[in-house]
Design a protein around this ligand. Sequence first.
Ligand code: GDP
Ligand code: MG
Length: 488
Amino acid sequence: MVAPSFFALALAGLFGLGTGALAALGAALLALVLASAALWRRFRRQAQQRLPPAAHEAPGATRPAAPESEGQRRHRAEAQEARERASALAEERTERSAAAARSLDAAQRARLEAEARALKASEEEAKRLAYRAEKAAEQETRARRATEEAEAIGLRAQAAEQMRAEVARTARDEAQARLQRVEAEAGQTLAAGLERTRSQGFVARLNAILGTGRTVDAAVLAELEEALFTADIGVQTAAKLVETAREQAKRSELADASRVKSLIEAEVARILDLPAPRSLEGGGPPHVVMVVGVNGAGKTTTIGKLAARLTKQGKRVVLAAGDTFRAAAAEQLDIWAERAGAQLVKGAEDSDPGAVVYEAVKQAVASGADVVLADTAGRLHTTAPLMEELQKIRRVLGKALPGAPHEVLLILDATVGQNAIAQAKRFQEAVGVTSIVLTKLDGTAKGGVIIGIADALKLPVSWVGIGEKVADLRPFAAAEFVKALFAS
Ligand SMILES: Nc1nc2c(ncn2[C@@H]2O[C@H](COP(=O)(O)OP(=O)(O)O)[C@@H](O)[C@H]2O)c(=O)[nH]1
Ligand SMILES: [Mg+2]
């Protein structure tokens, strides 16, 4: 558009046109531009109307009508022929009637009139024939349309069926992949998970003192006492173990260090071997588990691991997102639920955790689930309100299902060492813990704390966490644990 304007200006300059003529030229150019824009729009509209129908439309919806069948064509031709005959007969009849009217001879008039009547009858007959042929053609059209419609419905049903099969196949594949993912996560061995406690913690010190083939004399006993008291097993327990060693030293003049070591090992095994209730089964159904512990101890992770374990066994699991203080907590649980194939019940952020766990138990009862795992908040554990909150949740669970919770799992982070013993005391007093899950044993040398907890609180350990994978949550067995811990 710029180029023609320049061109016009140049022309005007060249021929010395006046400003009036220049304005007229500009207006003409503008009109030309507007007209071509309108033409272009019309062309585009027409082109769009000519576009073929979209490919995603339902099958049958855009199918063109099928060409006429042989029968339809024959009936239409018959009708046409009969109509033409009728009109020829009508013409002829009109002529006869006119001739009859003109005739002066009575006999001739009577004959002509009779002929006109006969023609009328034939004409009527031809019209009836035309009508019947048309009707037959029409019926055939309707029948064909019905067949086509039925075919289209069939096609649509077939497409819907294919879609359903595809969705089911995808869901099955996803479930399979999820299972394989969970199975692929083999986890580490117990001994490897306890490596740091064994090589840097109290076992290492024990080995340093008793593993050298020394005779256990007063000096060795003093060393042992110091090592055990500064370990993470708690004062009471340390004293008990030192006493075991001293007894042995007293009994034989030349107490063998390895003998003392195995005595201590046996004593640890005895302390840890508490009668533990069966975990994750026995109550309900559904068996309701309330999971408690301070923030970051590993509650949500442990719930996820337990859920994955249970669903793998074919159990149906409901997770209750009872930690409503942290927005991310429900999300974290959501991911685990998805991964494990468990059902998640959650509320809005800051909603009443009691309401969430109540709803979860009710849904689990209604759907016939096997286990409910209820997550709880762990913040402000040193102030009364959290403990009161947990007591309330406990009561609410009992209201939702008499006898629930059937299990209260206390999650303790092994890395906090002796602090875990104090935590266990508080939770035990407030909500009555049935057993302990000791997490993060893999990341700490303070694994000895498990002995202190079992000894001081007589609380059994049901599970231990030795890593982030599903398989890294192990059912606790005292003998196996002690063997892995003291293995050299
Ligand atoms: N290494 C290791 N990390 C763990 C274990 N259990 C939990 N964790 C991690 O500890 C952190 C806190 O866990 P979370 O479940 O969110 O704690 P919650 O606040 O008690 O729910 C997460 O990063 C977990 O992955 C374990 O046995 N070993
Ligand atoms: Mg959590």
